[in-house]
Write a protein that binds this ligand. Structure first.
Ligand SMILES: Nc1n[nH]c2ccc(-c3ccc(NS(=O)(=O)c4cccc(Cl)c4)cc3)cc12
Length: 289
């Protein structure tokens, strides 16, 4: 069974990323032990306290069920201690996430918009299966090559049952608050339109080429005129209620600025869908031909 990976053949190479609950690491899977194996990305939970959390198995089942060119491929699992520890094996994308890739490559606007459109295509597919991502950000978008990106992490993804319109969470760890829609901050309510808000922030990150001086946290702290660390959720909510938003990146086309503002509409019902955004990006990119 090609989806079973044996721990003894996994050779650790380097870290790829770290979240609140997990770590992603690059391994060489080398059963013939001659260095000719394949490189894989392995996601593991940080603290393994003997039992496998239900949410972790759910995350693995979700990725296993997703088949789309703009979503990182599930390859299998590696179990240890009789199934008490389970690690998720994914395809390895050597160019890493947009956070590493964009600052190094001065991409032109049409190429940025092509990446943005592909993220919308992956997200439209995710929403079509009634999943809300809840953590869409440039750090979670991976680069296969100059013309292909994939959504690379589904750690906070939740299923929205038929007939429901949002998923309410209890306060969780270090939430990515600067990517959260106003209703997430105020009522912990997550829905398809809250992913659209996070996409708008991700689009801003792409157009600023993930320049850390213009990152969402940096810019929001500047807007709140408070030194680091004093920002409370309340100050951010007040700022968003006064309709303050991230600034328009330089060289951002006017139509794209409009799309970003629509993604950040305080009324979730007024935000576009990913299907609508795909058509808009398609049309805007054609004006560059
Ligand atoms: N280069 C790669 N090839 N395959 C991958 C799969 C996932 C990832 C990946 C995906 C997401 C991140 N973002 S992250 O913010 O580091 C993160 C967020 C939530 C949970 C974790 Cl464990 C890590 C970092 C790395 C990278 C690759």
């Amino acid at each position: 069974d090609p989806s079973v990976f044996h721990k003894r053949y996994l050779k650790k190479m380097r870290d790829l990323g770290e979240g609140h609950f997990g770590k992603v690491t690059l391994y060489l899977y080398d059963p013939s032990n001659d260095g000719t194996g394949e490189r894989v990305a392995v996601k593991a939970l940080k603290q393994e306290n003997g039992h496998v959390p239900e949410g972790w198995m759910k995350e693995i089942e979700i990725l296993k069920s997703l088949y789309h060119s703009n979503i990182v491929k599930y390859k299998g699992c590696c179990t240890e201690l009789g199934g008490q520890v389970v690690q998720l094996i994914m395809e390895y994308l050597p160019l890493g996430s947009l956070r590493e890739y964009l600052p190094k490559r001065k991409l032109c606007v049409p190429q940025c918009l092509m990446f943005a459109q592909q993220i919308c295509q992956g997200m439209e597919y995710l929403h079509s299966k009634r999943y809300v991502h809840r953590d869409l950000a440039a750090r979670n978008v991976l680069v296969e090559n100059d013309s292909l990106v994939k959504i690379g992490d589904f750690g906070l993804t939740k299923y929205i049952p038929e007939g429901e319109i949002y998923y309410r969470v209890r306060e969780d760890g270090d939430s990515p608050v600067f990517w959260y829609a106003i209703e997430c901050l105020k009522e912990n309510k997550f829905s398809f339109p809250t992913d659209i808000w996070s996409f708008g922030v991700t689009l801003y990150e792409i157009l600023t080429r993930c320049d850390h001086r213009q990152s969402p946290p940096t810019k929001f702290f500047e807007m709140m005129e408070t030194p680091h660390g004093q920002m409370t959720m309340l100050i951010l909510i007040k700022l968003l209620e006064k309709r303050l938003r991230l600034p328009c990146p330089k060289e951002c086309p006017h139509e794209v600025k409009t799309l970003m503002e629509q993604c950040w509409d305080e009324d979730p019902a007024k935000r576009p869908t990913f299907g609508f955004l795909i058509e808009k990006f398609e049309a805007i990119r054609r004006t560059y031909d």
